[in-house]
Ligand binder design. Structure first.
Ligand code: ATP
Length: 355
């Protein structure tokens, strides 16, 4: 099936009655809260009954729910979504539940450029994009026999770091690897992790200008990962492995961070290069994205992954962050998305921010 063209999809929309829709998880609270602040109606997409937890957070509770039998049913609900003038905000759970293929072909308006999810969902393809943008990434080790320094082994498609392991030697690699699953071996970068949250607007004319539009750095976080982040309480990784406990990298929460101010110019320059390259390659990454980095003791960023959509690491910043406060007070990433849709509508340029 061909990609639906956004002009064709929007033919059936009333731009004055847009409803902002998102799956009920991940970063949905700030998406609904931000949309409501900007005057939009909101819709939560859920499987089964409407989740009760929104009752605990009335300012972030969606105005209505679209209840599905299972995730795949979302595609069958396209007509209803269009009737409600729904713009879907993609986040990590949507991509995981629905899959890139189904999402790409849904004839419903979505925020951002839906082509980007294919570029980000495959490690080899996203590496091509980032390296072409001049981003420094951890070295990839093709042959495990070449492991002469600590590496992290990542299984393809493993969500949230499940099954990843660290090896310092070829012997250790052999001991842990599951050869039935495809994997990549990456240099383990020693340093401190920062997850940088950006927003690219093709519409905004002022601020940190790019060849078209402008870039914002809205916040930074560090992911709290279980069990690796607190395993030192029990002993060293080697000691734990002796008793059969392996380190895992499952995200359980997010910690607000700032980076030292002298790193900000490079943080912005990296975001700029990633966007400029995305404009060349596939018409641009529009809206929020995150570079997942390690900063070494030489104060060098190494980027191990890109998320080309809103990340849950923006959740601590509902009322703004030490960076977004210098752009506009009370600006969450969820609210920033709603503002961009509003600006697109005002300028009659919605097709540039929706797809
Ligand atoms: P998600 O989809 O949730 O972002 P993922 O399964 O794609 O996760 P990564 O984000 O690539 O996995 O890695 C999971 C975690 O492993 C990171 O958050 C980080 O703590 C650690 N990590 C990944 N790559 C490296 C690296 N090259 N050096 C050091 N640590 C790394």
């Amino acid at each position: 099936m061909a990609h639906p063209s956004i002009s064709r999809i929007l033919k059936d929309y009333d731009p004055q009655k847009i409803t902002i829709a998102a799956y009920c998880s991940h970063s949905s609270l700030q998406i609904f809260h931000g949309a409501r602040k900007e005057g939009f109606r909101t819709m939560g997409i859920c499987v089964g009954k409407a989740p009760k937890f929104y009752d605990a957070f009335p300012l972030a509770k969606p105005d209505s729910f679209l209840s599905l039998k299972d995730h795949a049913e979302l595609v069958d609900k396209s007509d209803e979504l269009v009737r409600q003038n729904a713009v879907i905000i993609p986040h990590g759970s949507l991509v995981e539940y629905l899959g890139v293929d189904k999402f790409e072909h849904m004839p419903v308006a979505t925020f951002g450029n839906r082509k980007v999810l294919r570029w980000e969902s495959d490690r080899a393809i996203s590496r091509k994009w980032l390296e072409a943008a001049g981003i420094k990434m951890p070295r990839e080790i093709k042959d495990p026999k070449d492991i002469i320094q600590p590496v992290i082994v990542k299984y393809n498609g493993a969500k949230g770091g499940r099954g990843f392991f660290i090896a310092k030697t070829y012997h250790e690699f052999q001991r842990h690897v599951d050869t039935t699953r495809p994997y990549t071996i990456q240099e383990f970068v020693l340093g401190t992790r920062y997850y940088l949250h950006y927003f690219y607007s093709p519409l905004k004319q002022d601020g940190y200008k790019l060849s078209k539009g402008s870039l914002e750095l809205l916040s930074t976080d560090r992911r709290d990962e279980s069990n690796i982040d607190e395993s030192s309480r029990l002993g060293s990784i080697a000691e734990l492995e002796e008793v059969g406990i392996k380190p895992t990298f499952v995200v359980t929460g997010n910690i607000p961070m700032v980076i030292r101010e002298s790193l900000l110019p490079e943080a912005l320059a990296m975001g700029e290069r990633v966007i400029e390259k995305s404009l060349d390659l596939f018409g641009g990454l529009i809206g929020p994205f995150c570079l997942e980095t390690v900063v070494t003791d030489q104060l060098e960023f190494k980027v191990f992954e890109i998320s080309a959509r809103i990340v849950a690491g923006t959740n601590p910043f509902i009322s703004g962050s030490p960076y977004s406060d210098f752009v506009e007070p009370n600006l969450s990433t969820g609210r920033r998305i709603a503002k961009e849709i509003k600006l697109g509508r005002e300028l009659n340029r919605l097709t540039e921010v929706l797809s």
